[in-house]
Design a binder for this molecule. Structure first.
Ligand code: NAI
Length: 778
């Protein structure tokens, strides 16, 4: 036995292993697990092992879900959904509260089980994951209570399929199950094959609290089980996992009109400015990428440090790294636990090998016996090095330098992902400037990896779409209930007539042109097509490319601010009203009235769609800011061409986006004349671009274009399938607003604004210093 004085000398820790006997007894009692379907566990059939990655020991056998299992689970969920949705909000709230309480009562059990199955340090499971799981159920008990008053006119989606990864098994379950249930949906959840055990323990908690049978169903299995769930008749898929699988799911759902949210990979920047508190930033690296074996989608895996402080920062970083304790996950003094599986360990090591072969230098990061890798970082690494581009998903960061804030932003945004960012500077001006310019769904200022049920989480670009947490997370589990639904008009054939040669019936408008970059343009091929009342230009792919290019240059519109944009929209209303009779002759009085109404509506919203300041953790100010997406592609409805066009284009531009719109194929002339209204209303060039022609032929290249951030499509399910497939390539969200009366009240409102924006969640320290730590004594 060492003396205290000796321990003080060496600062060594003795082992302090959490007792796992209760969990092991439970596992021994269970033996082999079936699926949890319709409130009971099925008899196991084909099974596979789940192991403790730290020791390789088999913990349990679980069932491999088949298509039949998925079908049974979806049927149980379907049957349960009506009665579940028919409960009052308060009744649903009580069930969610009971789930929260039971999770809390079993915090120790669940933490140990999670640590055993996943390999993460018990400190992470106990201090972060499981308390957040309880927090999610409490928070959403609140949303269940408030659903009807806070989300009027919205209804649950139905049955939701949820597929989750292995890095936060129980926490991801809570992120997905709690909002779905609060909104009135039922779920079929598939946990990751490496880490199914806490989901099965949660199924038992559902039984204990008497959750109605079929409200939560859990089917275990691998990717094939997940793929069967994607194919099943569910109303939504919520997926967290790799970008590659997410892209495949988006393609598999093409044309189904089912809702999809994706939370995918990341390669998040961790930016350390010259004036940062370097010790705090080093602790940020520990929290962000080392403490959890780097198995976090939002880990700050690309450390970018100001050149002026780079040497000092690296000295502090490598010293701190040398003190990290890699070891048994259940030991309370372990910092870095086991990698989830040998396959994942090999993957991490092979990316590190490729990185060093391409010239980078690896500091630390040694592979150890079993599923362990010591923390490390890659330095002297070029931007195109595989270690810089690929998500390593292990405890290995990259370290590179920059000279100016502009360069830091450029490097931070030089990735196909956009999940999160961590920014370190003692200057509020510098830190918030970076937060505004970095393209990521979550930005932590002088902090890293903070999560809360009230704070929306989700990505930009190839990190996916949709948000989990808070009000926006709830909205992703609710649907509009349309009172004025009506079928879309069938398309008439488009056949080209050469420009200038078209026979000119009486009264024809021969001047109709495309509207690109604030100017009228002839279509690239020069052709026209016959439409009621004249001929319209027949645009092609090249016109779409030109229009997107013009839209991408209209960035200053976003920077103008809501008030300035509102003035332009009011002005459009005034100018449209001055020409009301002329537009009514092309369409109808009702359409023109609706069009003017839309201008007023979105002028009103332009400076009022505010975002929120949410109640997350004390000591932080958490702002949720709606940002424009950039360029939105819009394929407009065929019916009610003027009202349909403006009902979609105006909310998009009110929020600061630029649009490329394809007006009603059958009757585009009601819209081509709008260019005069836009010009006289001081709408900047490129904010609205109009390309007429065959809707579906234009919509596909528009949806596929890299510069287009989101696509809205009104049309047929075949057309939607083609658009979905084109958009899945670079993972952009597609919204297919249901056909409705475009002159009616259903054709405006916050739903449109929500689709026109994406949220950035910014965490700022706020009142976080302990009393007496201020610098001034007075
Ligand atoms: P994965 O994306 O293959 O697995 C995630 C979940 O999807 C699991 O439940 C899996 O069974 C399921 N799945 C797999 N193929 C499917 C398919 N075709 N259809 C439906 N569901 C399917 O991730 P994996 O292989 O476990 O990890 C590979 C890489 O993915 C990691 O190295 C990391 O880069 C990334 N990843 C990202 C995560 C995140 O939180 N964003 C979490 C886990 C992994």
């Amino acid at each position: 036995m060492s003396h205290v004085s000796e321990i003080m000398e060496s600062m060594e820790y003795g082992p302090s292993v959490e007792d796992s006997s209760a969990v092991r007894d439970w596992l021994a009692r269970q033996g082999t697990f079936g699926h949890f379907i319709g409130g009971t566990f099925t008899e196991p059939d084909t099974t596979f092992e789940t192991r403790d990655p730290a020791t390789g020991e088999v913990l349990a056998r679980v069932s491999q879900g088949t298509q039949a299992d998925i079908e049974a689970a979806v049927a149980a969920a379907r049957q349960a959904q009506g009665p579940w949705a028919a409960l009052s909000g308060s009744e649903r709230a009580r069930y969610l509260y009971a789930l929260a309480r039971h999770v809390q009562k079993r915090e120790r059990f669940l933490s140990v089980l999670e640590s055993l199955d996943n390999g993460k340090p018990i400190r992470e499971a106990r201090d972060i994951d499981v308390p957040l799981v309880a927090r999610h159920f409490y928070h959403h008990a609140g949303w269940a209570e408030l659903r009807d008053s806070q989300f009027p006119g919205l209804t649950p989606l139905g049955v939701c399929g949820q597929i989750i990864p292995w890095n936060f098994p129980l926490l991801m379950l809570a992120w997905k199950v709690a909002p779905a249930l609060a909104a009135g949906n039922t779920v079929v959840l598939k946990p990751a094959e490496y880490t199914p055990l806490t989901a099965l323990a949660f199924a038992q908690i559902c039984q204990e609290v008497g959750l109605p049978a079929g409200v939560v169903n859990i089917v275990t299995g691998d990717g094939a089980t997940g793929a069967a769930l994607v194919q099943a008749p569910v109303d939504k898929i919520a997926f967290t996992g790799s970008t590659e699988v997410g892209r495949g799911i988006a393609q598999a759902l093409a044309g189904t009109g089912r809702r999809l949210t994706l939370e995918l990979g990341g390669k998040s920047p961790f930016v350390v400015m010259e004036d940062a508190d370097l010790d705090a930033a080093v602790e940020g690296v520990v929290d962000s990428i080392w403490f959890n074996q780097g198995q976090v989608c939002c880990a700050g895996s690309r450390i970018l440090v100001a050149e002026a402080v780079a040497d000092r920062f690296e000295a502090l970083l490598s010293f701190r790294m040398s003190r990290m304790r890699v070891g048994p996950p259940l030991d309370k003094s372990t910092d870095v636990g086991a990698i989830v599986d040998p396959v994942q360990k090999d993957r991490i090591l092979s990316i590190c090998r490729a990185a060093t072969e391409a010239g980078a230098e690896l500091v630390g990061g040694q592979a150890q016996e079993g599923c362990f890798i010591a923390p490390g970082y890659l330095k002297n690494i070029a931007p195109a090095n595989p270690g810089m581009e690929q998500e390593i998903f292990g405890p290995i960061a990259t370290l590179s330098t920059f000279r100016t804030a502009d360069e830091a932003v450029e490097l931070a945004n030089n990735t196909r992902y956009g999940l999160a960012a961590s920014v370190w500077s003692e200057s509020a001006t510098v830190a918030t400037d970076l937060a505004a310019r970095i393209k990521a769904g979550v930005v932590w200022i002088n902090s890293a990896n903070l999560f809360d049920a009230a704070a929306p989480f989700g990505g930009y670009r190839e990190s996916g779409y949709g948000r989990e947490g808070g009000r926006s997370g709830m909205l992703d589990y609710l649907a509009e209930a349309l009172i004025s639904a009506r079928p879309e008009e069938a398309l008439q054939r488009v056949s080209a007539t050469p420009s200038g040669d078209a026979p000119a019936p009486q009264g024809i408008d021969r001047t109709a042109k495309l509207y690109i970059g604030g100017a009228q343009k002839r279509p690239d091929g020069g052709g026209n097509y016959a439409v009621p009342g004249g001929v319209a230009p027949l645009g092609n792919r090249k016109d779409i490319r030109n229009a997107v290019e013009a839209a991408a240059k209209a960035g200053k519109w976003a920077a103008m601010g809501g008030h300035a944009r509102a003035q332009v929209l009011f002005y459009i209303a005034e100018n449209l009203s001055a020409r009301a009779a002329e537009f009514a002759a092309r369409t109808s009085r009702a359409e023109v009235e609706a069009a003017i109404g839309r201008c007023f509506h979105y002028a009103a919203w332009a400076d009022k769609f505010d975002g929120a300041n949410v109640q997350a953790k004390p000591g932080h100010l958490v702002n949720v800011i709606p940002e424009p997406l950039g360029v939105i592609g819009i394929a407009c409805p065929n019916a009610q061409p003027l009202a349909g066009f403006l009902s979609l284009v105006l909310p998009a531009i009110a929020m600061g986006n630029a649009v490329v719109a394809i007006p009603a194929q059958n009757d585009p002339l009601a819209v081509t004349d709008l260019y005069q209204v836009f010009d006289t209303s001081d709408l900047p060039a490129g904010v609205v671009n109009i390309v007429t022609g065959a809707r579906d032929e234009l919509a596909v290249p528009l949806a596929a274009h890299e510069e287009v951030a989101a696509m809205w499509y009104c049309g047929t399910s075949d057309g939607l399938a083609a658009v979905d497939r084109a958009a899945a390539g670079n993972l952009k969200p597609v919204w297919a607003p249901a056909a409705r009366d475009w002159t009616g009240p259903d054709a405006q409102g916050e739903t449109f604004l929500r689709h026109a924006t994406r949220q950035k969640t910014i965490w700022l320290p706020y009142g976080a210093l302990p009393a007496g730590s201020g610098s001034a004594a007075y």
